[in-house]
Design a binder for this molecule. Structure first.
Ligand SMILES: [Zn+2]
Length: 258
């Protein structure tokens, strides 16, 4: 008969082991053993009773938090890791609305896109980072990459004769549930033309994510109209799956200049 971790017997056995182990540590009975997590006593598991009244083992929230933290540390969001909705300053109705949208997005299981357009220093990366971090903390996979870095890396990887390197790099950003693509078409707001090569890198990524139904959170200093005029098909795919999550930040002045 196959052993099952859900059986009560295992649970008792586990408890007995725990008890004996605690007794052994208890050479100094006056001192309580110190655990980082009192809920699971650092085992990573907690006993729960399911709907049918059976006892089973579940991952402790400390273990899930550790996984989420690792995912966050590997997401590439390092520079913005402390951005949250709590430390997003709200001074006017527009910021209020943006914060509300972000909160709704994090709370839902939506895999819709988000498009945040606005000038430099309008806090769009802050709010986008908070959204990505919120999703990762809920256990979803997520990555951050700036448009500039992505394009630069693609240029390096694609030059190699063996395109496996490019495929591997592409896959990191193509297959994550939530991708924050920061500062899309950076440089074009100053009139710099976007090269066909750069457009093709971007289109490949956006189109792949579009067909897979994965969420892309985009920030850009360009307006929505400008994004469309640069690449209609690419912008169209982003817009189609963004629904109500399109924001053109208007009233917020550059906060970094204050
Ligand atoms: Zn725990």
């Amino acid at each position: 008969m196959a052993a099952s971790i859900t059986s009560v017997k295992d649970t008792r056995l586990f408890r007995d082991i725990m008890r004996i182990s605690e007794q052994r540590k208890g050479n100094k009975p006056s001192k309580e053993p110190e655990y980082k997590c009192d809920k699971c006593k650092d085992t990573g598991f907690v006993a729960v009773i399911d709907d049918e009244g059976h006892e089973r083992w579940d991952n402790c929230e400390c273990k899930i938090a550790k996984w989420n933290l690792e995912r966050l540390e590997n997401s590439g969001i390092n520079d913005y890791i402390h951005k949250s909705l709590d430390n997003y300053t709200v001074k006017n109705p527009e910021q209020q609305g943006i914060k509300k949208l972000a909160k709704r997005y994090i709370d839902s299981d939506s895999l819709d896109n988000v498009i945040l357009c606005g000038g430099s220093g309008t806090g769009k990366t802050h709010i986008a980072a908070a959204m990505l971090i919120g999703k990762i903390k809920k256990g979803r996979s997520g990555k951050y990459v700036s448009y500039k870095d992505y394009i630069r890396q693609c240029g390096i990887k694609a030059r190699a004769r063996d395109s496996e390197e490019y495929a591997r790099y592409f896959s990191i950003y193509a297959n994550t549930s939530y991708l924050l693509l920061d500062d899309l078409f950076k440089g074009a707001e100053k009139g710099k033309e976007v090269s066909d090569t750069h457009l093709s890198y971007m289109y490949e990524l956006i189109n792949y994510r579009y067909t897979k139904g994965l969420a892309t959170i985009v920030t850009s200093e360009l307006t929505l109209d400008q994004l469309v005029s640069i690449d209609e098909a690419l912008a169209g795919r982003l817009i189609e799956r963004a629904g109500r999550n399109i924001v053109q930040i208007k009233t917020i002045k550059n906060q970094r200049l204050k």
